[in-house]
Design a protein around this ligand. Structure first.
Ligand SMILES: Nc1ncnc2c1ncn2[C@@H]1O[C@H](COP(=O)(O)OP(=O)(O)OP(=O)(O)O)[C@@H](O)[C@H]1O
Ligand SMILES: [Mg+2]
Length: 295
């Protein structure tokens, strides 16, 4: 397999209910290198959560290929899938309520998923994680006594309890304020730099933290473009508080994604500007370039 820790190749997910089928992923191609910190953006219903759920082993893909950490998500048995979810991937949602037990303390919540680890090691790891998310001082507070942002930080610690190689976060800052959101992005950055965890974040935030190296945009269940942070820009803002607005063109290189069948999605704005009436476009090759013209 490829050296990427995540490899999705022409990935398809179809949801079937009694009378309708929804094609949520329509041949998605994406590879993520080990140790990357990247984000996925896209409008509502574009397939972001569907893709993350496939990666997290929460739901099975319908067609295509999906390998994570060398494991084939198509051929995994139920038993292997349970082990995969326990040890290969950690998951954080926007609404963390579902992984936290309100009557238990932060510490007890973090200890919970580590039932297979010995007592001493378990306590040490829980303390280390509390430290990492900046909540060591609230160790014995019950979850219900904590703010939404603090609960979210505990949810991140829980997701890391079993030392997953990959952390998946689905709109982790969707219901917190800007300050908390920045804090959470800083935690992700430190996790990535200090523990080497590969991180994929689904977000609506366009002004992402400067340490996201790559942003992939999903449109209609396919990766339509990828923007990669320019080295020189990354270097310039390193160790500053400046955040990157991914709308600023000079900070990044933007690429459209070409699939194996030679298809690309063109940016909607460009097509509108061209003012096509119909679905035919003239394709001309000239000087090593491919030019698209209105017929
Ligand atoms: N369990 C399901 N059953 C049927 N259709 C589904 C299911 N989950 C998602 N879908 C459909 O699949 C498509 C992609 O949904 P998905 O939740 O992945 O979007 P999203 O990009 O995460 O959107 P949002 O930003 O609103 O969270 C949508 O059309 C959605 O209605
Ligand atoms: Mg979603």
């Amino acid at each position: 397999m490829s050296e990427g820790i995540i490899l999705a190749d022409n990935l398809v997910k179809i949801y079937k209910s009694t009378d309708i089928e929804v094609v949520a992923l329509q041949g998605l191609d994406l590879s993520v290198e080990q140790g990357e910190l990247m984000a996925i953006i896209g409008s509502s219903g574009s397939g972001k959560s569907t893709f993350l759920n496939m990666l997290g082993g929460l739901d099975r893909p319908s067609a295509g290929k999906l390998f994570v950490d060398g494991k084939n998500l198509f051929s995994m048995t139920e038993k292997e899938l349970v082990e995969y979810k326990r040890s290969t991937v950690g998951f954080v949602w926007q609404n963390n309520g579902r992984n936290l037990l309100p009557y238990l303390s932060a510490y007890e919540n973090i200890m919970m998923p580590m039932e297979l680890i010995g007592g001493k090691e378990r306590r040490a790891r829980a303390d280390m994680l509390l430290e990492l998310v900046g909540l060591a001082h609230k160790k014995h507070h019950r979850m219900q006594e904590m703010s939404g942002g603090e609960q979210q930080r505990i949810a991140i610690a829980i997701a890391l309890a079993n030392q997953p190689k990959i952390l998946l976060a689905d709109e982790p800052t969707g219901s917190v304020d800007t300050k908390t959101s920045n804090y959470i992005f800083d935690i992700f950055r430190r996790l990535n730099e200090e523990l080497g965890v590969t991180i994929v974040i689904v977000t609506h935030d366009v002004s992402l933290s400067k340490k996201v190296q790559r942003v992939a945009a999903i449109r209609d269940g396919k990766i339509s473009s990828e923007r990669i942070l320019r080295e020189d820009f990354a270097e310039r803002v390193k160790n500053t508080d400046k955040t990157i607005d991914w709308h600023e063109a000079q900070t990044q290189d933007e690429f459209a994604i070409l699939d194996k069948a030679g298809r690309i999605q063109l940016p909607q704005e460009m097509l509108q500007e061209m003012g096509l009436d119909g679905n035919k476009i003239r394709v001309v090759a000239a000087d090593g370039k491919i030019i698209l013209e209105k017929p």
